[in-house]
Design a protein around this ligand. Structure first.
Ligand code: UD1
Length: 371
């Protein structure tokens, strides 16, 4: 990894799915502020709908991808294999990058990390070390494998550093830099306040909750989804709930024969998936957020908004230990009790160390120093 000249470092950055776009936005901005890095952006096409992809590029002013692999949906094996096949061709066909940078834990992350590692190109993983210790989550497999083959690992929280040490990863490759999602949130918070989403949904600040669901363990299992919908029914009688519907949730509701239930609840406002600025405004002004997303657990901690996570574990423990997050699983009794409790006693919560808006700058400095 010795520099051969003063030429800028050629970093090939990979994005594929919605949470990746939020993370790369801050890195692309930090690259633009230095001459030391020449970035290339590759979009695998894992997410392709306007609402899951283009709107994020627009809201976050992410440069248009240099290469779009156009892979799309499929089973895990098909999607991962197709990303690998097309990505390998693209990497071989271009001037060799000095590193491939992947973010998060989606199928595009492991697919491109694996291709780069086998081509002998250093792999950089942003958001390394997070572990739910739940191997039934596809993301957990992606995290463990991506970290195992990465040459530089950037962590958002100390638990990530500790997990990597436990797995025998050389601590000299691991850096605690904070959270690039926090960078993006802090940089867009003011602009998000201009969003008209509350007017559009006829809501006033502080008078509603937000629910998002898309984990396979919640939405692909009819029995689990039915229990969660029962909880939603109870919650919406006390507080109106906005539910942006992820395509996987929509499919799950159909499969479970539940598609008529949400529209029948007078307190529920279903919408299509929202863009970044609209969703940030919606979260920032919510009384409570219920979710099974990873990123939203972190974003609510930054915003100081109570978060009930409809899972039994989290790979982001700092949001529970320091932030506003609480794990409540999928049992309706437990969800509703926790909901009542947070309304009565909203948690305090602090911002985790280094979630200060400067994480992408720290990453860029380390890339220049280490590569
Ligand atoms: C993926 C990530 C997950 C992340 C989530 C954010 C993996 C294993 N999972 O899950 O970690 O939290 O993105 O949304 O990588 N679909 C569309 N339009 C699209 C993309 C997908 O309608 O633009 C539909 C397709 O029917 C597809 C389904 O959504 O089969 C699921 O998409 P997929 O990319 O496989 O996984 P997500 O559930 O979105």
């Amino acid at each position: 990894m010795m520099p051969t000249s003063d030429a800028p470092l050629r970093i090939l950055n990979v994005v594929g799915a919605r949470p990746n776009f939020v993370k790369i936005a801050s890195l692309m901005k930090a690259y633009a502020a230095t001459d030391a890095i020449e970035p290339t952006l590759v979009h695998t096409g894992q997410h392709y709908d306007r609402a899951l992809s283009d709107v994020f590029f627009h809201d976050l002013a992410i440069p248009k991808p240099d290469v779009h692999l156009g892979v799309g949906s499929g089973s895990h094996a098909v999607q991962t294999a197709q990303v690998m096949t097309v990505f390998e061709e693209v990497v071989i066909g271009r001037r060799r990058p000095d590193a491939v940078l992947v973010v998060g834990d989606v199928n595009s992350t492991i697919a491109c990390g694996l291709v780069a590692a086998k081509l002998g190109i250093p792999v950089v993983h942003v958001e390394a070390g997070l572990r739910s210790r739940d191997r039934s989550m596809p993301e957990e497999i992606n995290r463990v494998l991506t970290d195992a083959l990465s040459d530089l690992l950037f962590c958002t929280e100390q638990a990530g550093v500790d997990n990597l040490a436990r797995e025998g990863i050389d601590p000299g490759k691991v850096f605690l830099v904070g959270n690039v999602m926090a960078d993006t949130l802090l940089a867009h918070r003011e602009r998000a306040e201009d969003s008209a989403v509350l007017d559009r949904l006829k809501l006033t600040a502080g008078s509603y909750g937000v629910l998002t669901l898309h984990r396979p363990s919640n939405v692909d299992e009819p029995a689990v989804l039915t229990r969660i919908v029962d909880a939603v029914d109870a919650v919406q009688m006390t507080l109106p709930l906005v539910i942006p519907i992820h395509p996987r949730l929509e499919a799950g509701l159909m499969l479970a024969g539940l598609h008529d239930r949400l529209p029948a609840m007078t307190g529920v406002r279903s919408t299509s998936p929202l863009g970044y600025l609209d969703f940030l405004k919606l979260m920032a002004n919510a009384k409570v957020v219920l979710t099974d997303s990873g990123g939203i657990q972190e974003e609510t901690t930054i915003l100081g908004v109570p978060c009930l996570t409809l899972r039994d574990n989290t790979e982001r423990p700092v949001t529970v230990e320091m932030g506003t997050n609480q794990l409540v699983g999928s049992d309706p009794g437990r969800i509703v009790a926790a909901f009542r409790d947070v309304l009565a006693n909203p948690p305090g919560g602090a911002i985790p160390p280094l979630w200060d808006g400067k994480s992408a700058e720290r990453i860029v400095d380390k890339l220049v120093e280490m590569l």
